[in-house]
Design a protein around this ligand. Sequence first.
Ligand code: NDP
Length: 297
Amino acid sequence: MQKDKLLKGKPVADHIYGQVSERLKILKEKGILPRLTVILVGDDPASKVYVSRKEKTCQKLGMDSETLHLPAATSQAELLQLIEKLNADRSTHGILVQLPLPSHIDEHRVLLKIDPDKDVDCFHPRNVGLLVSGKPYVLPCTPAGIVEMLKYYQIQTEGKHAVIIGRSNIVGKPMANLLMQKASAANATVTVVHSRTKNLPEFTRQADILVAAMGRPEFVKADMVKEGAVVIDVGINRKDADNEKGYVLVGDVAFDEVLPKAAGITPVPGGVGPMTIAMLMHNTLTVAARQNQIAID
Ligand code: NDP
């Protein structure tokens, strides 16, 4: 294995946690204990794992956290009421509703209800608008984590062609935005492709930086990647395997065959994954500081 090509998330996440700890000290000295409240509706096993990781990371860093686990049958009105209560609670700085929600709940209405000042995911339309206009309130966790990885591994984005596979509100769209921004000096030329794109490999083969965020196990093969490209694999997919769990986690990229061609590649697991939580912690601190008019940046 050509280990030097591996763009691992853990060292970058540790670097972010170092910054978070420093900033947390400043807030605590001023009597502010940042508090993240996570709402989980239902029993989706993957969501339960993510939520418990978020809570544990908060505790490890010395921040306050609370998980509100609601039954799958919770009505939309009940969920909206709970969010209203948390919006009004001054000791709760960040509110995160774990997605996906059960199908009887309108995700858009729920995300609209969260006070944008407490929106640690950058899902509220006000914050999406601020992001697009280059004046972000907070940055969306996964795309921001990828930008931090590119910086950490000194991968230039300016003038490069970044191709993003996927146009979701969580990953693809904000990723495109961050990479094209002048304000953050990313300055890449960005192409976004999706399930209706014709001749998708023609686009991916042009990528200096290829971001795969589609949720299709090992979709990106070696012949879809340019020699020397940097490949960022956001996908987390279960693939059947003959082990205790009955599955292994794989990304959207066929790692073994793409590795020899890539200048750098993120593994799955252990690549982008750890960055999402690190940026969530960063955002929780940021919103706590902003709500208390404390400058910590
Ligand atoms: P979504 O399902 O919301 O979006 C997937 C996107 O990929 C859509 O835009 C879809 O196109 C596109 N797509 C799907 N199939 C194809 C195809 N065959 N060809 C081209 N485009 C395709 O997923 P998310 O953005 O939420 O997540 C993507 C992946 O990233 C998932 O595996 C998820 O688990 C993972 N993820 C990982 C995170 C991490 O922390 N590492 C965080 C968030 C997500 P269209 O719009 O046309 O349907």
